[in-house]
Design a protein around this ligand. Structure first.
Ligand code: SAH
Length: 274
């Protein structure tokens, strides 16, 4: 069974994921899966960490495939547990292709992906009438993926980028987006350890991104939310510590006629109170 573990808070597991954890003989989990979630597994389950972190490859993808096959062929109930959702930057597709090729039956249990969880726990709606009509989930791990990204499309206004990435990639991202026309004043919210007790949210503008991340020593796992909506973190935050550096960025203006309930120039957060 390929199971999404969500972003860390065990309350965000699905009931189906919980049942799978209770029944599993073997759990092959990523490093990203929180200890609180793993504690919900059957006590005698064999837990194997096969996590990968940028730079530290514990188990290769082939190694993971081999482990899946070995345990499934032994007739054990195997849960492949992944942080967030298995089909969002989780290589879940590759693992299923492998299982299919070897005639092993499977099920997939979705999980709450980091973008959705971080947005919720930072008080940043990913879409918001008049300010963002679309949201893109992107990843910027490694230089090869930078070259493959359509920066001109990503730099467009009125869309939200949810960037899954290593903190080391922020420089490239800032540079490319500004070079392709995204306003340096575009707000961001960088969410570290989203939904976990130690969650931190760092806010600012695209121009300040690198400096802010460095000042607050943001560590992995962190998700970047970039776009007009990120300004709402200032007014809608509800979980954990208030956002760091929230007061400095200018608030975006809506185009006339797009925002009937708040006057142009009013802070975006005012919509909520209107
Ligand atoms: N399948 C996962 C994503 C795996 S890629 C999912 O659907 O969420 C790993 C990246 O996800 C991390 O580098 C980070 O950008 C993001 N991430 C995962 N959990 C996170 C969390 N609790 N807080 C912030 N970012 C997180």
């Amino acid at each position: 069974m390929l199971v999404g573990a969500g972003p860390g808070d065990p309350g965000l597991l699905t009931l189906r994921a919980l049942r799978a954890l209770n029944e599993a003989d073997v759990i092959l989990h990523d490093r990203l899966v929180s200890a609180e979630v793993l504690q919900l597994a059957r006590r005698d389950a064999n837990r194997i960490e096969v996590g990968k972190q940028a730079g530290h490859h514990h188990t290769t993808q082939d190694g993971i495939h081999a482990l899946l096959l070995e345990h499934a062929r032994a007739g054990l109930r195997v849960v492949r547990l992944k942080g967030g959702d298995p089909f969002v930057f989780g290589r879940g597709g590759e693992e299923l292709e492998f299982l299919r090729a070897h005639g092993i039956p499977y099920e997939v249990v979705p999980g709450i992906t980091a973008a959705v969880a971080c947005a919720a726990y930072a008080g940043v709606p990913l879409t918001h009438r008049g300010h963002a009509q679309s949201v893109r989930f992107i990843t910027a791990h490694g230089h090869a993926s930078h070259d493959a990204l359509d920066w001109a499309a990503l730099a467009q206004e009125r869309q939200t980028l949810a960037v899954y990435m290593g903190v080391a990639e922020l420089g490239q991202l800032q540079q490319q987006l500004i070079a392709h026309g995204r306003a340096p004043s575009t707000p961001f919210a960088l969410v570290e350890n989203g939904s976990r007790p130690q969650q931190r949210v760092v806010c600012g503008t695209l121009a300040q991104l690198i400096q802010r991340a460095a000042t607050h020593a943001v560590q992995s796992p962190a998700l970047l939310i970039l776009g007009e909506v990120a300004a709402l973190a200032t007014s809608l935050a509800w979980f954990g510590e208030p956002p760091l550096g929230a007061s400095v960025h200018p608030l975006p203006r809506a185009r006339p006629g797009r925002r009937p309930r708040a006057a142009a120039g009013e802070p975006l957060g005012a919509i909520q109170r209107a």
